[in-house]
Design a protein around this ligand. Structure first.
Ligand SMILES: NC(=O)NCCC[C@H](N)C(=O)O
Length: 407
């Protein structure tokens, strides 16, 4: 029996969206340079003011459709009034093998002196070498002048990846790329300490096998697809499967191998739901995608030891339809010809955010995919993303649904 998520959480990708967690990009994007953008997982150096305008327009579209927008940096500043949360996050910020003990101590003392708002800014934007008054120690002396004592988190923008709600429980994820590890310390602290989330059950945590929210798709109530590739490991998918079964949050997990490359870093870069029975899918992979269907052997009663039944591989679209209990999953193609499809997939044409069945937010630049969506009966809310897109993420990546109405 799959419990409906009422007050918090989500059981699908398309149930009416009521509350969403966003992060408005700020000073952390100003840290990007041509020297560090690759390591920080951006494909360029965005124009920050324009990125903020694009993000504000995205948030305004959500707000005008009745979606409550929560901002991660505001929740973070609020929890940083709590000494326990401050201590946790300061320790995590300086827990870096590049720093010697003296620099760790100086950096921690500097952060501990900041107000909650300034500390929130420093945790997100990082602390540059020359921003640490009175710093001493060998590792500070030998650090390159342009380097960071606490590296910035420009990918916090992509709130989908560092936490994901499955039913009424929240999974703080275990991010694979070093540039993103510290993001989950922030989401973990917000969910653990903010009164807004009091009582929320934690489904996953950052100490476990790699699992990123962009790889987790709630295909239908009780059916979760997990992409396994550059970011999420088979071990992460297995752990999540056991936990969602043990807690009655799903009856089937479809594990979907995806190519380990930047263009397809998460499952949501190649497929997203736009209706209860329809997905926009990158046609270059649609027919070759497979899924392993995972279920529980007996009624599960324990988080991490349930015996799993694994069947497959079978064509993804068929396995998904069978698990969802429908005849067929309708597919809308990205692009039209292979070159347009490749361009629009790269520019997050597949990465739509459903606000309700047949209503989705998409980047305006993917004109061919958006026309195909409309031809299939999907209303498209277009937003611009010329600067936001330089981080290689679209509307779905930039949003973590905290509450969707049950279908
Ligand atoms: N779900 C997603 O596909 N998120 C986009 C993450 C982009 C970010 N620059 C990254 O490489 O992790």
């Amino acid at each position: 029996m799959i419990a409906p998520a009422a007050v918090r959480g989500a059981t699908s990708e398309v149930g009416p969206l009521r509350t969403v967690l966003l992060h408005r990009p700020g000073a952390e994007l100003r840290r990007l340079t041509p020297r560090n953008n690759d390591q920080l997982l951006f494909d360029g150096v965005p124009w920050v003011r324009r990125a903020q305008e694009e993000h504000d327009a995205f948030a305004a579209e959500l707000g005008s459709r009745g979606v409550e927008v929560l901002y991660l940096d505001r929740l973070l500043a609020e929890v940083l009034a709590d000494p326990a949360a401050r201590a946790e996050l300061i320790t995590a910020a300086v827990d870096d093998p590049r720093l010697g003990a003296t620099l760790k101590r100086t950096a921690a003392a500097h952060l501990a002196d900041l107000s909650p708002e300034d500390l929130a800014r420093a945790l997100v934007a990082g602390v540059a070498h020359d921003e640490l008054p009175g710093a001493r120690g060998l590792s500070w002396e030998l650090m390159a002048r342009g380097d960071f004592v606490v590296p910035p988190l420009p990918n916090l923008l992509f709130t989908r990846d560092s936490s994901v709600w499955v039913g009424d429980q929240v999974a703080v994820t275990s991010l694979a790329m070093p540039a993103r590890h510290r993001e989950s310390t922030i989401t973990a602290a917000v969910y653990a300490h903010h009164p807004r989330f009091a009582g929320a059950e934690q489904l996953y945590d950052a100490s476990l096998e790699h699992l990123e929210g962009g790889d987790v798709l709630l295909l239908a109530p009780g059916v979760v697809a997990v992409g396994v590739g550059e970011r999420t490991t088979p071990g992460g998918a297995e752990r999540l499967a056991r936990r969602v079964f043990a807690r009655g949050l799903a009856h089937t997990v479809l594990v979907v191998p995806i190519a380990q490359q930047r263009a397809t870093m998460h499952l949501d870069t190649i497929a997203t739901m736009v209706d209860v029975d329809a997905m926009v899918v990158y046609p270059a992979v649609a027919s070759s995608l497979v899924a392993w269907t995972v279920t529980a052997d007996v009624t599960p009663d324990d988080d991490d030891t349930t015996d799993l039944v694994v069947r497959g591989p079978a064509p993804f679209l068929e396995a998904a339809a069978a698990a969802m209990g429908i005849d067929r999953l309708r597919v809308i193609d990205t692009g039209l010809d292979p070159v347009t499809a490749e361009r629009e997939q790269w520019d997050d044409g597949n990465n739509t955010l459903a606000l309700a069945p047949r209503l989705a937010v998409a980047y305006e630049r993917n004109t061919v995919t958006n026309a195909a969506l409309e031809a299939a009966g999907i209303e498209v809310v277009r937003i611009s993303g010329s600067e936001l897109g330089s981080g290689r993420g679209g509307p779905r990546c930039m949003s973590c649904p905290v509450r969707r109405d049950p279908l």
